[in-house]
Design a protein around this ligand. Structure first.
Ligand code: TRP
Length: 326
């Protein structure tokens, strides 16, 4: 495929936690697959994390956690521009420009800001302006598509509004109007059967040791049918997780064993552990290799940032000329 004809897909990763299995199947793997069909740029949104993270060592550590995680999951820095947001100063310049084109009321209607107010917090201006910074991330890169989860859709709407408004004032082509790309992500249940989510405390972290992984698998909530009883695979947490990881043939075989009876949930959990371990063991090794080599992570991110700044500088030159800043 001709790289120059490829559309650009860009996404940001907030460095706040080491990813879990739900993040992997829901966001990381679909994003990494875009490399086949798009020019890709993935970055660590470290300045977005500053709206909430107050511990400098923790923030530094989260950035390395996330960088090592994505590399461990298969991100190839030779094929994807992978960088730290904070290494691209043009993002912050564009964010200011954008702020002059948004009504304060539109920011006040932002979901995260409204949520914070509803919880009785007094959100800082960073939380209010969060969507502007995100819009700048996207627009500075002339991104065509942005893979996002449902929770980020409003931010993408704002980004599109801003680009359209600015193009209306200064002429088409000032900014690229991006589209959301809602990847068909499977619903990943947590060990309690609810959607896997950090806030619910039901996650299977991607890089835990194999003993802990087995323990977590065995603690998955199931029905308490007797061993002999025929069981329904569909909808059970163990089977739904197994199906995500195992081959279709393996999944079919488990479904049949459960239906036949004489095969218990405990057996199914052991099988789930086996396939998960096979998937995660190499990723766990790569993660600890990268995580223990921050110099290498810095080198990779720095190289990515150089490429990102080249793109961003061109965008800013175009935008500055159009708006009359010279
Ligand atoms: N707001 C996104 C999140 O919380 C992270 C993010 C920052 C992002 N900038 C972005 C995502 C630009 C897509 C594009 O997950």
């Amino acid at each position: 495929m001709n790289v120059f004809a490829m559309r650009t897909a860009l996404t940001g990763i907030k460095p706040t936690h080491v990813p879990h299995l739900g993040n992997y199947f829901g966001a990381i793997r679909p994003a990494l697959r875009l490399v086949e069909s798009h020019r890709t740029a993935f970055f660590i949104a470290d300045y977005h994390a500053l709206t909430t993270v107050r511990d400098p060592n923790a923030l530094r550590g989260y950035v390395y956690d996330v960088a090592a995680s994505w590399l461990a999951c298969g991100l190839d820095p030779a094929r994807t521009i992978f960088y730290r947001q904070s290494d691209v100063p043009q993002v912050f310049e564009l964010s200011w420009i954008l702020s002059c084109f948004v009504a304060t009321g539109q920011l006040e209607r932002g979901v995260s800001y409204k949520d914070a107010l509803a919880k009785g917090e007094s959100p800082n201006a960073g939380i209010l302006c969060y969507p502007l910074l995100m819009a700048a991330d996207i627009l500075v890169f002339d991104a065509d598509v942005v893979p996002v989860g449902a929770d980020q859709k409003q931010h993408l709407e704002l980004t599109r509004d801003l680009a359209t408004r600015i193009n209306h004032v200064y002429g088409e082509g000032t900014l690229v109007v991006p589209e959301p790309l809602v990847t068909e992500a499977p619903l990943v249940p947590g060990i309690d059967g609810q959607k896997m989510s950090k806030s619910k405390g039901n996650t299977i972290p991607l890089f835990i040791g194999s003993k802990q992984l087995r323990k977590l698998c065995l603690s998955i909530v199931t029905n308490s049918e007797p061993l002999e009883a025929p069981k329904v695979a569909q909808g059970s947490t163990v089977y739904e997780l197994f199906k995500l990881v195992a081959s279709p043939e393996e999944a079919k075989a488990m479904e049949e064993k459960l239906a036949r009876g004489g095969y218990g949930w405990g057996h199914a959990k052991e099988e789930l552990y086996e396939v998960l371990e096979a998937l995660l063991a190499p990723m766990r090794d790569r993660f600890s290799q990268f995580r223990n080599d921050p110099g290498e992570l810095d080198r990779i991110l720095k190289q990515g940032a150089e490429r990102a700044r080249e793109v961003a500088a061109q965008t800013l030159e175009r935008v500055r000329a159009r708006i009359g800043i010279r």
